[in-house]
Design a protein around this ligand. Sequence first.
Ligand code: ADP
Ligand code: MG
Length: 242
Amino acid sequence: MTDSADGIIRIEDLEFRYGEGDFALLVPELVVERGEKVAVIGPSGSGKTTLLNLIAGIAMPQRGRVVTKGVEVTSLDDSRRREFRIRNIGLVFQEFELLEHLSVLDNVLLPYRINPSLRLEPPVRQRAATLAERVGVADKLGRYAHRLSQGEKQRAAVCRALIAKPDLLLADEPTGNLEPANKGRVLEILFDYAEEHGATLLTVTHDHDLLDRFGRVIDFREFHSITAAPPPPQVDAPEARA
Ligand code: ADP
Ligand code: MG
């Protein structure tokens, strides 16, 4: 365990590889402070989704530590990591991960069904309706998720991530399937939420025109240079000493 004053997210000396393929993610250190709004950018395939999965404890590194909200997730077993995630993190997955055979409302309320410490009381249903209204899917609450467009699924996934009022939000290209008007609505709701609740927001995005809304930008090319061979040891050239 680490003091939460050390940042809501702290990654140290991390190395991650998938079982197959030669992709490697090496992060010597990354700290995100409580309440920060961070954009994560970088080319497709550079490991942005993998990083979110490591922070959420969905993926486990071969080496190093991930401390999220003061809990060393890399030292928890599978079931504890899952429990930690559903209690603490609002996740908007790149592929939405809605349950297709459930209604939009039931998808939005899902955190209340899988987290034993949450109670599904009437104000929660009201809150689900309000969130759906704000992102423009209020008229779809009764519809099966598999009958939604990609953009509607994405907006339902954002509502689900916010419903249980997490203080850490990890959003993987949450506006990737949206046209400009809905993009604006979804961003507003994420930023307003973060402001209101003092929540930390980490968002993967390809919308470079939105970057000035964030307090910080993490560019994945930074980690890419790290995955390359280390630079040769520095040898002082005689002219450099002069
Ligand atoms: P990004 O989100 O930046 O597009 P990802 O984190 O999804 O990148 O993927 C990083 C790299 O890891 C890519 O080269 C991808 O092909 C590879 N990758 C992703 N998931 C898996 C997996 N389950 N098994 C093997 N390789 C994977
Ligand atoms: Mg991705």
